[in-house]
Design a protein around this ligand. Structure first.
Ligand SMILES: NC(=O)c1ccc[n+]([C@@H]2O[C@H](COP(=O)([O-])OP(=O)(O)OC[C@H]3O[C@@H](n4cnc5c(N)ncnc54)[C@H](OP(=O)(O)O)[C@@H]3O)[C@@H](O)[C@H]2O)c1
Length: 399
């Protein structure tokens, strides 16, 4: 028998690598080295289901171990191939996920705009092919990883997840231990994914504006792209903290009730902020803004911010080029605050999640989220690129 076949056990798992196997010991999921008698074997791709028992003959004695053929599980996969671009649900095994990183049994993921770019032929986001997209995931650790024991409820997002390494659109993932966040006790995995990267980014935006001096009495706060993931959680967070929230949307007719239910007090048409070559300074209307649209919209927003105010900018759904002037900055002291959820250091990331479970916990999450399965991802990715989605889509992966 080759020593690189996947080995796994379900009863009496061995922890660590120090103890030689005896009798019918079985192997712990994720164990990557073990002693059989005096032989040290390297075990790759440990997965769960045992399919046969075989004997390993060692120098000292024969030992029975459980051997598996790699268990296959469903994943949403995007592939750039010579014959074109493909994406959809297919069966994969641990071999695709590589050898490094903690194994996470993924229970929930979510759909973000960036996933749609990662799963598009011209999206220029994915760094590997094939890729399991999914920049968000939450589930349970199969083995000890870093400071976290096996069984810990964890989430991960940002860094290279769903971009340069496989992400959350599969029931199993491998994630570097230093990217993991323990899910705070008052959140479950689904709630963590309703918040997800979008809610985390909304929270970073609110924190940045408040660090800049924004207070509930400062005046109206504008949120652009308000029905989207970042936007809808931002509306809810700000309203919950006592701000007067003005929501800009391209779906005013269909989503006004939704936005009011999240706490928006006023709604403005997206088109009013899409004026090409608008005036550099408009009437000072908003104390601050959370902008997840960018492009011409961001230029229009900057020209409407009151003296000393700020805009927290995180997105590009409306484009990357911002046709603005220096006027808002030099005549009104307006600040443009960049928001990045991807490379933020893990210590700060974990601290923001603690706040998302406490004082920054959005209250309207039940209204924001819709559950889907892997089969619904393809359609969701198409719709999010067209700006048609409202709120958050969370993906159920647990069995
Ligand atoms: N900086 C970061 O770390 C970070 C983190 C997360 C997300 N982002 C970025 O933030 C943006 C929002 O992400 P998301 O996941 O919340 O996306 P989303 O759910 O698709 O929301 C985007 C919203 O933008 C509005 N929009 C305005 N102009 C649009 C256009 N031309 N095409 C499509 N939508 C348009 C739409 O809302 P209305 O119809 O209500 O106007 C849409 O629902 C994306 O650009 C994403 O890449 C950045």
């Amino acid at each position: 028998m080759g020593t690189d076949r996947p080995l796994v056990g379900t009863d009496r798992p061995l922890v660590g690598t120090d103890r030689p196997l005896v009798g019918t010991d079985r192997l712990l999921v994720g164990t990557d080295r073990l002693l059989v008698g005096t032989d040290r074997l390297l075990v790759k791709d440990c997965v769960r289901n045992c399919t046969e028992l075989v004997q390993l003959r060692t120098q000292s004695s024969p030992v029975s171990v459980a051997v598996v053929t790699a268990q296959r599980f469903p994943a949403f996969v995007a592939t750039k191939a010579v014959d074109g671009f493909h994406r959809g649900v297919e069966e994969i095994d641990m071999g695709l996920l590589g050898d490094d990183g903690a194994i996470v049994d993924v229970e929930w993921s979510s759909v973000n705009y960036k996933d749609a770019l990662a799963a598009s032929p011209d999206g220029r986001v994915a760094r590997i092919s094939p890729i399991v997209p999914g920049i968000d995931l939450a589930g349970r650790l199969v083995d000890d990883a870093g400071e976290f024991p096996a069984g810990t409820a964890v989430l991960a997002h940002g860094y290279g997840l769903g971009v340069s390494r496989h992400g959350g659109f599969a029931s199993r993932a491998r994630v570097p231990a230093e990217w993991l966040v323990a899910i705070p006790e008052s959140l479950d995995a689904r709630t963590a994914m309703v918040i997800g990267t979008a809610g985390f980014t909304a929270a970073l935006s609110v924190i940045a504006l408040e660090d800049h001096g924004l207070e509930p009495g400062s005046g109206p706060v504008l949120v652009t792209g308000a029905t989207g993931g970042v936007g809808s959680v931002a509306v809810n967070l700000l309203a919950g903290r006592g701000y007067e929230v003005v929501a800009s949307t391209g779906k005013a007719e269909t989503s006004a009730a939704f936005l009011h239910s999240l706490g928006a007090s006023q709604i403005v048409e997206r088109s009013s902020l899409e004026v090409e070559a608008g005036r550099p300074l408009e009437a000072m209307t908003y104390a601050a803004a959370v902008d997840c649209v960018g492009g011409t919209t961001l230029a229009n927003v900057l020209s409407r911010i009151s003296y000393g105010g700020a805009v927290a900018a995180s997105g590009l759904t409306g484009g990357v080029a911002v046709p603005t002037t220096v006027m808002p900055f030099i005549l009104r002291g307006v600040s443009l605050l960049g928001i990045d959820s991807v490379e933020i250091p893990i210590v700060e990331r974990r601290a923001v999640w603690e706040r998302l479970a406490a004082d920054l916990r959005p209250s309207g999450l039940d209204r924001v989220a819709v559950d889907i399965t892997l089969d619904g991802i393809d359609d969701a990715l198409s719709r999010i690129l067209r700006g048609e989605l409202t709120g958050r889509l969370v993906v159920a992966l647990g069995t």
